[in-house]
Design a binder for this molecule. Structure first.
Ligand code: FAD
Ligand code: FES
Length: 503
């Protein structure tokens, strides 16, 4: 296994998995259900529907699991920091109970799939803790433990927390789990493909039409289906329905090799800055992962500094050695704290959506997929009403997404660009009047693409720590050659003209 060069956007999970190689869709096919998106939500739905007797086709823009799922931490848990107190306060105790039930069932579903399909993804049963280091959060974790226990969850309050630094106490959930999520979804894809069902990679859906049949188009073929599921993490083709109902939130993860064996425990701090901790054994090597430093994706930030803070925590509090991997990713946060599952909007009859997984998609996404399986099979589902995608939600207090590109720095016309650019860095510059995102690689190779985000036209900015072009408006991310890494943009940045050599 080769380790990651600094500044490369590749997770521990991506680096330790063989790549999949499903063919692209190249014709028009007919199935019962078309699923757009090969992450945990789409693939769990696809397999559940196949097991229920439906034929399915999964269309993945890149390779399965290479979206948020392949960049996650890997906790499979129903303890979502202090979510039960939050949800009971917002939606009532019954809503919190249903949320817990759905997420507990999701853990059981993942465990069952791993066993049934023989997926080698390091599935391990662990206890999960939300720990308190201050008197204030000690009260909060006590409350969360008491409420969760009343809701029937495997919760208790404890002062016996297996961390190498002192904490005041924690809420502990037993019989939780952790997985190598990329290997898990690759296993799901293996189980989906075949027997009249398909997985297609490098097949971005370019659009879809509701109807009987509903049709999903790609550049080289179409899928005709009775039902369509949009499981692209950030939905598209929704006429802006989710623009204000979700916003993207980014977090960062560092991973270091550890001399200690993996623990049967995962952790999240109740205090700020939030820190997420997990240990994982891979091919005889033990890794310690620390995540955190979350912020709305639309917020300008110094990513390198955020990685430094996480590395400092890993070193000072957990005794971690040199950081071997670092990466960041972002997830759709729902305005009212609950995932969205159901019709894409009331205007659609046969197009369904899963989104708003609130950074807990390994369980929320699994539960959401089971809701859609039951809905499409007409069997009814006890969690469907709570997660209903067409429910009324309050407008977010502050929409982190900026509607206009008012803050992006202007390129400087006429500056002798190319000689100013440092190897391994990127800048937005004016090339013949066009805002151009120019990246100079470590070997001096220049790539130039339009700096105009293909979502709504804001100007992308260079993220030096992850080597990506990031859009400050709604959080789309692009690689240096302009390929979409994450939406809401669905189209790559247009090719650009490289600036002339400096004068
Ligand atoms: C830093 C971080 C850590 C996290 N840690 C945890 C954790 O420990 N436990 C947990 O439960 N959750 C965690 N989460 C959340 C979890 O990872 C996500 O909620 C989940 O992976 C989202 O799955 P998804 O299927 O919705 O999205 P994705 O995995 O992003 O899948 C969507 C797929 O759709 C594809 N796609 C997009 N557009 C198109 C198109 N037009 N045509 C075809 N395909 C398309 C993409 O390429 C992508 O592969 C974390 C999130 C973050 C940000
Ligand atoms: S304009 Fe919306 S993400 Fe770029």
């Amino acid at each position: 296994m080769s380790e990651q060069p600094a500044g490369q956007f590749a997770s521990l999970w991506a680096t330790t998995s063989a790549s999949t190689g499903y063919a692209a869709l190249g014709e028009t096919i007919d199935v019962d259900v078309a699923v757009i998106g090969g992450g945990i939500a789409g693939l769990t739905a696809a397999l559940a529907l196949k097991r229920a007797g439906q034929t399915v086709a999964v269309l993945e823009a890149a390779r399965v699991g290479t979206g948020v799922t392949g960049n996650t931490t890997g906790k499979v848990t129903s303890l979502h920091r202090l979510a039960y107190t939050e949800l009971a306060g917002r939606h009532g105790t019954e809503a919190a109970r249903v949320y817990g039930q759905a997420n507990e069932a999701a853990i059981g579903h993942v465990a069952g799939i791993v066993a049934d399909e023989g997926i080698d993804c390091g599935f391990r049963r662990v206890s999960n803790y939300t720990y308190a280091e201050s008197e204030r959060t000690l009260g909060l974790v006590r409350e969360e433990a008491a409420l969760a226990a009343r809701l029937g969850l495997p919760a208790s309050f404890t002062t016996d927390v297996p961390l190498p630094f002192a904490v005041k106490g924690a809420v502990r959930f037993d019989n939780q789990a952790q997985i190598h999520a990329l290997k898990y979804v690759q296993g799901l894809a293996r189980a989906v493909d075949g027997g009249g069902s398909f997985v297609f990679e490098e097949s971005p859906a370019t659009g879809f039409r509701d109807g009987a049949p509903a049709v999903v188009d790609t550049e080289r073929g179409s899928v005709r289906a009775r039902e369509v599921i949009v499981a692209t993490n950030v939905p598209f083709g929704d006429n802006g329905t989710f623009d204000e109902r979700c916003y993207l939130h980014r977090s960062y993860i560092v991973a270091a090799r550890s001399g200690l064996p993996p623990r049967d425990a995962t952790f999240l701090s109740a205090d700020e800055p939030m820190r997420s901790i997990l240990t994982f054994g891979l091919d005889g090597t033990s890794y310690i992962l620390v995540g955190g430093e979350g912020h709305p994706a639309s917020e300008r930030t110094d990513s390198a500094e955020r990685y430094r803070r996480l590395s400092g925590f890993a070193r000072d509090r957990l005794g971690a050695g040199e950081i071997a991997f670092r990466w960041s990713t972002q997830d759709a946060m729902p305005a009212d704290g609950l995932p969205y599952v159901g019709r894409l909007s009331p205007d659609f009859r046969h197009v369904h959506v899963i989104t708003g997984l609130r950074k807990w998609g390994l369980t929320n996404g699994t539960a959401a997929a089971l809701v859609l399986r039951d809905t499409l099979c007409g069997t009814g589902n006890p969690w469907a009403a709570l997660f209903d995608s067409t429910r009324a939600v309050p407008a977010p207090a502050a929409t982190p997404a900026a509607a206009e590109d008012v803050t992006a720095p202007s390129p400087e016309p006429g500056v002798p660009i190319r000689s100013d650019l440092v190897r391994g860095s990127g800048s937005v510059v004016d090339v013949d009047g066009a805002k151009t995102a120019v990246y100079v690689g470590p070997a001096g190779n220049v790539s130039a693409v339009s700096a105009v985000c293909t979502h709504l036209g804001c100007t992308v900015e260079f993220n030096a720590a992850d080597v990506t072009w990031d859009c400050p408006c709604h959080g789309s991310r692009f690689s240096t050659d302009g390929t979409v890494i994450q939406g809401p943009a669905t189209r790559n940045l247009a090719p650009g003209k490289a600036p002339a050599e400096g004068r």
